[in-house]
Design a protein around this ligand. Structure first.
Ligand SMILES: [Zn+2]
Length: 196
């Protein structure tokens, strides 16, 4: 079995505020017992340490039943905070231009990925290297930001300067994401997940 992760990316956080905003977020999470204050070896995907779930971790989900990573002794069960240029890519899903409504199914009839998906994939790679993160709509021929092609919840991808990645946590509740956004001063949070 693999490891499932969910990222909440503060897509409009600036590079200069990412670090202080990340600290503020951690303080809010620790105060509610959602994560532990100590940094331990409990996340993947980087050289950083993470924070294990705390006694209040179930506040983050609507799912019933035992809180999986906390109760099953997973080693990889923590929260990683990355105050740096971050890209999360999950399962392809349909995307629509927010301006003209042109819709790309992403997966064609045979399950294949479409040209639009590859344009998006290219733009994600370029954004990571410092690019603008724009993809021209094939219909209205105007650039659309990478984060604007799909709704923020259960998105296929997200880019930003501050990422919170929850490893092997149950699906984060929209109500928790809204509260967390408020704790960050109303910053827009985009949610993307994947399994590796
Ligand atoms: Zn368009």
């Amino acid at each position: 079995m693999g490891n499932y992760y969910q990222a909440l990316i503060a897509v409009d956080a600036s590079e200069s505020e990412a670090s202080s905003l990340g600290d503020r977020a951690v303080a809010w999470l620790v105060a509610r017992g959602i994560v532990a204050a100590e940094l331990t070896d409990c996340v993947l995907g980087g050289e950083r340490l993470g924070r294990r779930p705390g006694p209040g971790c179930a506040l983050t989900t609507d799912e019933d039943g035992p809180f999986a990573p906390y109760n099953h002794g997973f080693r990889i069960c923590g929260l990683d905070v990355a105050p740096c240029r971050s890209v999360t890519v999950g399962w392809p899903a349909p995307a629509a231009c927010p301006r003209c409504g042109w819709t790309d199914p992403i997966e064609g009839d045979g399950g294949e990925l479409t040209d639009q998906w590859w344009r998006i994939a290219d733009a994600l790679g370029e954004w990571h290297k410092g690019g603008p993160g724009l993809v021209d709509c094939p219909s209205c021929v105007l650039p659309v930001g990478l984060n604007d092609w799909q709704p923020d919840f259960l998105a296929s991808w997200a880019v930003g300067q501050l990422a919170f990645t929850f490893w092997n946590w149950p699906v984060l509740a929209k109500s928790f994401i809204a509260d967390f956004s408020q704790a960050l001063g109303g910053h827009r949070l985009r949610h993307a997940s994947f399994k590796i």
